[in-house]
Design a protein around this ligand. Sequence first.
Ligand code: NAD
Length: 308
Amino acid sequence: MADQLRFDGRVAIVTGAGAGLGREYAMLLASRGAKVVVNDLGGTHSGEGASTRAADVVVNEIKANGGEAVADYNSVVDGDKVVDTAIKAYGRVDIIINNAGILRDRSIAKISEQDWNLVHDVHLKGSFKVTQAAWPYMKKQNYGRIIMTSSNSGMYGNFGQANYSAAKMGLVGLANTVAIEGAKNNIHCNVILPTAASRMTEGILPDMLFNELKPKLIAPVVVYMCHESCDENGTYIESAAGWATKVHSVRGKGTVLRTSIEQDSISLEAVQKAWGKVTDMSEAKHLNAIGEASGYLLEVLEKLKEGG
Ligand code: NAD
């Protein structure tokens, strides 16, 4: 017990906590002493309808295990109301796991504007709204741990999920900047890319894989990133089936397409000729900040000025 990672005194909001991954995050946090806001709209997996049942069941389960939790039935789009529930019940908010999600899978030709908007509203706008509403509290207390939920469907693409993929990569961009803006106030923001058996993946993943992808095997990875002892910030973690790894983007060395600083145009043919070097990733490396990207450009320009 003494060396257990504990969350006593911490208040966590887990969105979409009435089922799947969110339920496991909420249960684990509560079992380690956190007071948990179990948010869930309780609709279908495509975002239709609403019900209090999903959140209530998880709150009752947490309480039956001796934990503390309160239900919140708002859509994450009303992020201020979700955060209000935490403030009214417990007076603070330390942890947000932005997890609520829906699917409206269609190929690009068939996505309606409604399918596009609803998926973006729940995943991207919802995560923004909840995070923004909690921001003043986290800033004031100089502490916060935020998780954004992305997906391999965004990272690599997946047939029939253009709306979902776009929203999920939007969350990576959101996390990148939230991590930078929160750093000075000890507010960390990290990203989870999970693969888990849930109603979202039922019938999509092969049975053998589905049975091994228990959401409870991902929960400790996500909940660890919400602990005060975890220094990680702005990191993407992929996890499934009791396995986890860091993921990051890399940039190639590239090549200069101009021969001198005086040359103010580049021919299409020059691009064609250099394409192998433009796309060569043999010397690729990860950049830690936007300044490194612009710093490298300045170096390129300096060299051009020096004639080389
Ligand atoms: P799930 O359907 O079991 O859980 C999602 C929960 O979010 C549901 O209980 C649902 O009622 C709730 N929800 C939906 N819209 C809401 C809204 N507007 N406000 C509040 N709650 C809302 O699915 P899951 O697999 O546990 O997915 C959790 C998250 O993980 C989602 O963001 C999903 O996109 C992401 N994800 C899942 C997988 C996977 O393999 N399961 C892979 C990549 C990403």
